[in-house]
Structures are given as structure tokens and as C-alpha cells.
Design a protein around this ligand. Structure first.
Ligand SMILES: Cc1cc2nc3c(=O)[nH]c(=O)nc-3n(C[C@H](O)[C@H](O)[C@H](O)COP(=O)(O)OP(=O)(O)OC[C@H]3O[C@@H](n4cnc5c(N)ncnc54)[C@H](O)[C@@H]3O)c2cc1C
Length: 556
């Protein structure tokens, strides 16, 4: 689904770019609660990972002299995103699939893991069902890498696919691993708001990177009205300078539409609340206006943003080359996830590794666009290498038959309650409404305490849901099993968000609207206690080496 691109300092579009600028941008974007070592490794290694993809056959958009083209994105100082139109994820998957076939890697399609097994402290295997036949599978393993993506389906309005149910987060938590930074959920500023059936579908930041502007119902570019101090020196003074930046003028600074996502999302919400929104509860995003500034504007828009053009034409009957889009915030990404060692990606459970969106650390309080694809390339490789080393250096763990039987029993329980008055989708929708309304883009202690109370009730309801029919392609059964994961991640988000009594990045507290320096020195961690309850702790951030601190100071 990824659209806009992969952030990596190839310096093809601007030769001033290098890993140090990317590191400083990532730390600033994350409001300095990122794991500095992960941010450093990511910035240093991303260019090699992009070149590796190219060597494996990825066909990126090109500069006139044949190098990989790079585009502007929010929070990145220079044009940095390697991309394939607005379909970068598709090309990434195609390339990796080809490469996996070449390496003769076995892939178990449509196979969903529902429990991790352990031998003492170590992981020993994964228990799964096939979505097609509903049969169980056991994978015995010396090491496991979780790469299960995000949790967007915990919210009513989301850009994530049906797969974003926080499975990896919950599997790791149940296996005893720490989850970290779960309060930091990213609400992307531009999702579709109309028609209702497509609400939440992403409108890539690439639209703003190519010159798209945000206006309220009065036609005002409201983003110029609120520029955070941290970004003032890097933001354009006026519309003209902002446009020149999007067209590659090295002497211009970014337009305020390309400030970080958390900030843009809150500004949009403010406009809507103040009654200056669009007819369907968003604001206007206009790329069509660039026709007045560049030759062959319509063709240019269709070439640079082909998916957006088709998405709006087919789903909303809007021609984005001629009229503005209506957009509003959508739950997009979770910065929080499984706490891992920066270099190896191993979690706090021996043999259990995590990479990509289900792991935490690199993004701190807010992720910059494009930094996820580079994150999963850099840390996916590292996780794989270290998991392989772990497997080589450790003997085979034993499978505990009782754990296996228990996992199978729990998985089949919803069928035993076939006649139950409630099915899983009712509970899922109630949960999504609850998280959207009480642990969403703007939070208060009162709302979150009430949400935690209601989550207890939903957990009870989830234990009683029943599903009818048999095990083949039974989406009701799949949803019943997903529910446990959604409930676990939702509780982790609410408890962590309650603990952070300040506003930072993606986490905004109406009752504590300012950033509090006393919260800058730690991450919030949750784990399971002996009785099955969730405990919340503060984990001090590791000390940053002087040379990295100097880079941040130099780039301020
Ligand atoms: C619409 C959209 C556009 C985006 N655009 C960009 C962009 O331009 N640039 C960028 O950097 N980021 C972008 N992102 C974010 C980025 O795409 C994701 O963060 C990233 O794909 C996460 O990769 P991942 O490998 O961690 O997980 P995913 O790509 O989400 O993959 C997770 C996989 O795990 C599988 N899975 C889940 N649970 C289980 C289970 N229990 N058992 C077995 N398998 C399971 C899923 O089926 C899926 O195949 C975008 C996200 C969205 C939704």
C-alpha cells in the first residue's frame, strides 16, 4: 500500500544531503525520544538498502541523467524519497518476491500466527492457522522474526488494511516481551473523507511534496498561521518560496504543508472544529492549481500521482487535475511496538526478533514519511542476520505439547459458542469507536480512564462471542481471533498515553497541551505481570554519544 517513497540520502536530487542530516531530521521529527542508535543505523544504512533493491531489479523513477529520482516529504530537509510514482510499495514487494523466488525461500501464504510457544525463556515455535482451510500449523523454530506491521484497525478511521490488527505486538506481549512508546500513534493528516465507504483511505504526502496546498472553506492557506518554533527557521516565509521549494529550488525553504504529520493533522482538526472545514468534515487539498505554474500541468499531475488520480476519479468522481480533494486525519502508523536491541533487533525474549512497524525505537514520538520503508529495509536485514546467527549459535528448543493443545483449544472456542447472541464484528466496531473517540488524536485523562474501564467490558464481550459455520475461509472466526490482539494493543496505547502527561509528537493531551522537558528522558514500556495484568514503567533513554549530540546541535 505504500505510496510516496523510501527515505535514503542518495543525494541525487540535492548534493547537500547526507546521513547526518537524515539522522538529525529523524530525531527532530521524533522529538528526541527516539532510540538514537537506531536512528543512526537507519540513516547510515538506508542508501545501501535502496541500491541493493535496485540491483535486485527495482525500477525507480529517474533523474534526467539516469540516477534514482528523489522527492520532497514532510520533515525531511532535502528531497530524499526514492519512489516509483505513487506506487513505491508495490515495486518493493514485486522486487522482494522475485528475489525470494530466486533464493528458493518457502512462503506459507495466507497463514496467520496466533500463538508463540516457548521453551523456558526462549521462543520455540509459532502456532498458526491457514486462512483457506482453517487447518492448524506448527512451526518449530530456533529464532523468530516478527514483521506483522501496524495496529490501525483498532480505530474507526484508518488508512491500514484489514491486516493491521497488531498481531505481532500482541504475540510478543503474550510471550513476555516489552512493548514501548505505544502512546505514539500517528494520525496522517490527509485521508479521504468522502464518500463514507472510503473514509480513511490515504492521500499520499507526495501530493503536498509535488506542490499541493491545504486551504480551509474561506480559501485560506491556514498552515501559514501556525508554525512551530522547532521548524520556524526551515519553513518558507510565503507561498511563493514554498512553491519554489517543491520545484527543487535549493535556496527555498519548505512550505508549511510539509511540516510533520502530527502538527498538520492537528491544524486540520482545528480548522474543522472552528467551522472552517469542507462540506464533509475535512479541508481542501489542491494540486490542480500548479497548472497555472508549470507547463503540461494536467499530464504532470497524472504522471507523478497516478494512483491518487485514479483513486479520486473512481472512488469519489473527483478529477484532481481540475478540482481540490477533501481530506482529513486518518490513523496511519504506530511509532510504538516491540522493544528491541538497536543493533540486533532482538526483543527482551531470547530468540524473538522484530522489525518494521511492529518494532519500536527509531521513530520516537513521530515518524517522518518515507522513514518506514527505509526502517524495514535496514532493520529487516539486521533482524534476519542476527536471527540466523542466534539459530546457528543455539541448540533446538523443545516444543511443549501442553502449550500447543491450549493454543488450539482457545482458537476453537468461538465455535463452541456458535449460538452466542453476539458475533466478533459487533465487539470490533465498538472497540474501534471507543479508541477513535477516547484515545484518538486529542486525549484527556478523563476520556482515557473511561476508555480503560470500557475496554474491560469489551474484553468480557470478546470472551463470549460466537461464530457459526466451519473453519474454511471463515472471516468471522478470523475476526474473533484478531479481537484479542486489538484489545491488547488498545489497552497498551491507553495505559501508555495516560502515563505520558504531556504532549509530544503524535501524542496530544488536551489536559497537558505543552511539551514537558521532564518527560524527554524516558520511554514508556508496558509488559505482562505474573497475574496477566499490564504494568506500565518508565525506561530511561540511553545516553547519546557526544558526536551525535553535536550533529543535532549543528543542524538546528
Ligand atoms: C496507505 C499507506 C501508504 C504508506 N506509504 C508509505 C510510504 O510512502 N513510505 C513509507 O515509508 N511508509 C509508508 N507507509 C507505511 C508503511 O507502508 C508501513 O509502515 C510498512 O509497510 C510496514 O511494513 P512491515 O513490513 O513492518 O509490515 P506490513 O507491510 O504491514 O506487513 C505485515 C505483514 O505481516 C502479515 N501478518 C500480520 N499479522 C500476521 C500474523 N498473525 N501471522 C502471519 N502474518 C501476519 C500481514 O499479512 C502482512 O503481510 C504507508 C502505509 C499505508 C497504510
Amino acid at each position: 500500500m505504500a505510496e510516496g517513497g523510501i527515505a535514503a540520502t542518495l543525494a541525487n536530487a540535492d548534493d547537500r544531503d547526507n546521513w547526518k542530516v537524515h539522522f538529525a531530521d529523524t530525531m527532530r521529527g521524533g522529538q528526541y525520544v527516539n532510540n538514537w542508535r537506531m536512528a543512526e543505523l537507519h540513516a547510515r544504512e538506508a542508501p545501501d538498502r535502496v541500491r541493493e533493491l535496485e540491483a535486485w531489479g527495482a525500477v525507480f523513477d529517474r533523474t534526467p541523467d539516469g540516477r534514482i529520482l528523489q522527492r520532497n516529504f514532510g520533515g525531511h530537509r532535502y528531497p530524499r524519497l526514492a519512489h516509483v510514482g505513487d506506487r513505491t510499495g508495490l515495486e518493493l514487494i514485486r522486487t522482494l518476491q522475485d528475489h525470494a523466488i530466486q533464493l528458493d525461500i518457502t512462503v506459507h501464504m495466507e497463514c496467520t500466527v496466533i500463538a508463540l510457544l516457548k521453551d523456558g525463556e526462549r521462543v520455540s515455535g509459532a502456532f498458526a492457522y491457514g486462512r483457506d482451510r482453517g487447518r492448524f500449523h506448527l512451526f518449530q523454530a530456533k529464532a523468530i522474526v516478527l514483521a506483522t506491521g501496524g495496529v490501525g484497525r483498532a480505530y474507526r478511521i484508518t488508512s491500514n488494511s484489514w491486516e493491521g490488527t497488531g498481531d505481532g505486538h500482541a504475540l510478543a506481549y503474550e510471550a513476555g516481551a516489552d512493548l514501548m512508546d505505544m502512546e505514539f500513534v500517528q494520525f496522517h493528516p490527509t485521508g479521504m473523507v468522502w464518500p463514507p465507504s472510503v473514509r480513511g483511505i490515504l492521500v499520499t504526502e507526495g501530493v503536498r511534496g509535488e506542490g499541493g496546498v491545504l486551504r480551509n472553506s474561506e480559501g485560506r492557506r491556514f498552515m501559514f498561521d501556525d508554525i512551530p518554533e522547532l521548524y520556524r527557521s526551515q519553513t518558507a516565509d510565503d507561498e511563493e518560496e514554498g512553491f519554489r521549494y517543491t520545484q527543487g529550488d535549493k535556496n527555498a525553504r519548505r512550505p508549511p504543508e510539509l511540516l510533520t504529520r502530527d502538527h498538520v493533522a492537528r491544524c486540520i482538526r482545528r480548522e474543522v472544529k472552528a467551522g472552517r472545514g469542507s462540506p464533509h468534515g475535512g479541508v481542501f487539498l489542491d494540486i490542480s492549481w500548479i497548472k497555472s505554474r508549470i507547463p503540461n500541468g494536467e499530464e504532470h499531475i497524472r504522471r507523478k500521482l497516478p494512483s491518487m488520480y485514479h483513486q479520486f476519479k473512481q472512488l469519489a468522481d473527483i478529477d484532481i487535475t481540475r478540482e481540490p480533494m477533501e481530506v482529513g486525519p486518518t490513523t496511519h502508523y504506530i511509532m510504538g511496538g516491540i522493544r528491541v536491541d538497536a543493533d540486533t533487533q532482538m526483543s527482551t525474549v531470547p530468540g524473538l526478533f522484530a522489525a518494521g512497524e511492529c518494532a519500536a525505537g527509531i521513530n520516537g514520538a513521530n515518524r517522518l514519511g518515507g522513514n518506514s520503508l527505509s526502517d524495514l529495509l535496514v532493520f529487516g536485514r539486521r533482524a534476519g542476520e542476527h536471527a540466523a546467527a542466534f539459530a546457528r549459535n543455539n541448540g533446538s528448543p523443545a516444543i511443549d505439547r501442553r502449550q500447543l493443545d491450549e493454543a488450539a483449544r482457545v482458537a476453537l472456542e468461538p465455535f463452541d459458542r456458535g449460538g452466542a447472541p453476539e458475533g466478533p464484528f459487533q465487539v470490533q466496531h465498538a472497540l474501534q469507536d471507543l479508541m477513535q473517540d477516547k484515545v484518538g488524536i486529542v486525549r484527556t485523562a478523563e476520556d482515557m480512564e473511561s476508555a480503560l474501564g470500557e475496554l474491560g467490558g469489551l474484553r468480557e464481550r470478546a470472551r463470549r462471542v460466537g461464530v457459526a459455520g466451519h473453519r474454511e475461509f471463515n472471516t468471522g472466526w478470523h475476526a474473533a481471533l484478531d479481537l484479542r490482539n486489538l484489545l491488547t494493543v488498545s489497552e497498551a496505547i491507553a495505559r501508555s498515553a495516560l502515563e505520558r502527561r504531556e504532549s509530544r509528537g503524535g501524542h496530544f493531551r488536551e489536559d497537558f497541551p505543552a511539551k514537558d522537558p521532564s518527560y524527554a528522558g524516558f520511554n514508556i514500556v508496558v509488559r505482562r505481570n505474573g497475574e496477566g495484568g499490564m504494568v506500565v514503567q518508565r525506561a530511561p533513554l540511553p545516553q547519546m554519544p557526544a558526536e551525535l549530540r553535536a550533529i543535532i546541535e549543528e543542524m538546528k
